[in-house]
Write a protein that binds this ligand. Structure first.
Ligand code: NDP
Length: 335
């Protein structure tokens, strides 16, 4: 079994030496378990958190253990009555070719239509994140202005398109011309602003009316530019702050970029709420998937993937994800 282990806890940005690639025997499923062969591995920003030994909503990966991650692939052996060899599934575990998993959070999915990798992106955890955060927290209404950071990424693409379907004006924020062009021309956002430029001025030009919903994927300077432009009764969906993930422990307080002045939260009656998709999201996976598949069939929902070939290339691809090297949902195709 080809596996990628966490060898060392990174200080700052991860480097290739923090990972170790090993070959081990293929595991056997125990009673009630299933052996899954991965075809695709999802690489996601939350994995940076699992590499650090700090108190969080989930336990860190132990040193020497397989890196955490979700895969999609097929069942090769089963000791669970609900699954048989050949079933195509979402829900294998880890940066590895074979994994033994229980039936919890193992979903049978189509093999090809839509493509299997979509079950890790638009129809997987990132899409579910977008859908839950909008349903539960953002609640955008027709005519409102929604701003989405990391707009060309896995979560951001879906957030913006779902907000468009609800009749909102949607402004994305992304890094660079190519990503911004894609967000407007391919995904149909009303505008997309480059965070390498003067974001304050671009926001004033694109949304002079102010912002009703801000979908926060990035934090740092982007947050500081957006926050003062929220309107009365605005909602801030706190999904992630990737710009701050490589900071040293404790930097949230000390070394982080200056945060916004949250004073206006009261005067403007703002709602700022964080959430973790795994808390309640998977229980609603069926409803979410049916709704989004409907949008895909109707031609209302598109997506872009960034596919990297070969499990040994996962560490480099993940390191790139934390600095904007990916263009679209990042997945690894496993031979
Ligand atoms: P993406 O596919 O959007 O990839 C990450 C993107 O973040 C990069 O492409 C880059 O886009 C942007 N980025 C990276 N570093 C920086 C930086 N220093 N400053 C500004 N932008 C940066 O990732 P996901 O869609 O998977 O995740 C987006 C966010 O959602 C993350 O914060 C993640 O942690 C969070 N998340 C939260 C969940 C929850 O349950 N709360 C679940 C899933 C994701 P660009 O080049 O455009 O800047």
């Amino acid at each position: 079994n080809l596996q990628i282990l966490l060898k060392r806890r990174p200080v700052g940005a991860p480097v290739p030496e923090d990972f170790e690639i090993v070959e081990t025997p293929v595991p056997e499923p125990g009673e009630g378990q299933v052996l899954v062969r991965a075809r695709f591995l999802s690489l996601d920003p939350y994995m940076r958190g699992r590499m650090a030994d700090v108190k969080s909503y989930a336990k860190p990966v132990a040193l020497g253990a397989v890196m955490e991650g979700q895969t999609a692939g097929e069942v090769v052996a089963s000791r669970h009555p609900g699954f048989a060899p050949g079933d195509v599934v979402l829900g294998g575990y880890g940066w590895q070719r074979f994994s033994v998993v229980g039936p919890e959070r193992l979903f049978k999915v189509p093999a090809a239509d839509p493509p299997l990798s979509a079950s890790l992106g638009v129809l997987g955890m990132p899409g579910l994140t977008a859908w839950c955060g909008l349903e539960d927290i953002g609640q955008p209404k027709a005519g409102e202005t929604v701003v989405v950071s990391a707009a060309s990424g896995a979560v951001g693409q879906v957030v913006g398109q779902l907000a468009k379907i609800r009749g909102c004006k949607v402004v994305g924020i992304a890094g660079g011309r190519a990503k911004c062009d894609f967000v407007v021309k391919e995904l149909g956002f009303d505008a997309c602003l480059d965070h390498h430029g003067d974001l304050e001025a671009q926001l004033d030009a694109a949304a002079p009316e102010g912002i009703d919903v801000y979908w926060e994927n990035v934090g740092g300077k982007v947050q500081a530019a957006v926050f003062p432009r929220l309107r009365d009764f605005g909602r801030m969906v706190m999904c992630g702050m990737i710009a701050q993930y490589n900071e040293a422990p404790g930097a949230d307080a000390a070394g982080a970029p200056p945060g916004p002045n949250l004073g206006p939260v009261v005067r403007k009656r703002l709602r700022i709420q964080g959430f973790i998709v795994s808390d309640h999201g998977w229980a609603r996976y069926g409803q979410f998937r049916a709704e989004l598949e409907g949008h895909i069939r109707a031609g209302r929902l598109r997506w872009r993937e960034d596919v990297v070939d070969g499990l040994p290339n996962a560490p480099a691809a993940f390191i790139g994800l934390l600095k904007g090297g990916n263009f679209g949902k990042l997945v690894v195709r496993i031979a």
